[in-house]
Design a protein. Structure first.
Length: 327
């Protein structure tokens, strides 16, 4: 029997709805958005029922899981409602604006006996997964990393609000903070310099930062993140130096498809791989559906999402206070 699913919020949720509607073993039963016309349009395209009220959808529909793609400030409310109705929850990043909200989401799903996964799709990117695998093998541990992860302009008010999206260093940079944790491990301390340099219409929000991370393993990373580029020009560039390899990942912003590396004992042989066309949204949604069917733990449970939020909050606190922060 197919798993019944729904999508709340049709910004990035429109992508979730499209993938779920085409997925074997899943029935996209309903979608919701406060823009009722958008909800009706997406529902018609996907063969689902439309709602203008996400809470009403959760009350009316019998579902196996829900994909929550609304703004971060609403994630806790909808997670509680879904869990209370016995629905597992896939929640878009960032998990929530605060650690208290993250903890409440974890508790709500644990108490209800349902699954919770945070949609850090980059963990499914084949370039990063290959690095993760080889870090435990021939590459050896990562000792040093540099990252450029700068996005274009975002005109959405909720994105900039501290109590909601938290600005570029929370809503978006959480992707790369999560990836650094995935590849290298937990962070011991953070130091960041940042400010509002390109978005004076949001004067109280940090828009860029230069970030230094010291990991518990002893590794170090330097990350340039925030709204410091323009769409159409924005790229993602990561360089990693392992005990036994040097690795580079690059490509369009938030869609890195090109990997190259060299082993230190064979420095004249450069290996290159291209993963153009991979769909991380399809991969993460299929993984979550499989976890429900097999009753297994998702790759990115709530605790992982919380730790990545904690790292972003530490970055912002350091940039605002000038202090070294332990996340």
């Amino acid at each position: 029997m197919a798993l019944r699913a729904a999508v709340l919020g049709l910004g990035i949720g429109r992508t979730h709805a499209d993938r779920l509607a085409k997925m074997d073993g899943v029935e996209l039963a309903a979608v919701a958005d406060i823009n009722g016309e958008l909800a009706r349009q997406v529902a018609a395209d996907c063969g689902a029922k439309a709602y203008a009220d996400a809470g009403e959808l959760l009350e009316e529909e019998a579902l196996d899981f829900v994909s929550i793609c609304t703004t971060p400030a609403s994630h806790l409310e909808f997670t509680r409602l879904a869990a209370g109705r016995g629905m597992s929850v896939l929640c878009e990043k960032p998990m929530a604006p605060t650690l208290d909200a993250c903890d409440s989401m974890i508790r709500a799903c644990r108490d209800a006996g349902v699954k919770l996964m945070i949609a850090h799709k980059k963990r499914f990117e084949p370039a990063y997964r290959l690095i993760k695998e080889k870090t435990g093998g021939e590459f050896g541990p990562i000792r040093w990393a540099t990252v450029k992860y700068a996005l274009g302009r975002v005109p959405k008010p909720w994105f900039w609000q501290e109590e909601d999206g938290g600005g570029p260093l929370h809503e978006n940079a959480v992707h790369m903070m999560d990836m650094m944790r995935f590849l290298i491990g937990e962070v011991e301390r953070v130091y960041a310099e940042g400010g509002n340099m390109f978005n004076p219409e949001h004067p109280d929000q940090l828009d860029v930062a230069a970030i230094t991370l010291r990991f518990r393993s002893g590794a170090i990373a330097a990350i340039g993140a925030g709204q410091a580029s323009e769409w159409g020009f924005a790229t993602e560039n990561v360089t990693l130096s392992h005990d036994n390899a040097v690795v580079e990942v690059g490509g369009r912003f938030d869609s890195p498809f090109h990997l190259r590396y060299v082993l230190k004992d064979d420095s004249q042989t450069v290996v290159e791989e291209d993963f153009e066309g991979f769909d991380p949204f399809q991969a993460e949604l299929a993984h979550f559906a499989d976890c429900i069917r097999s009753d297994t733990e998702p790759l990115i449970p709530g605790e992982e999402g919380r730790s990545s939020v904690a790292l972003c909050l530490a970055v912002k606190r350091s940039a605002r206070t000038g202090e070294v922060i332990a996340p």
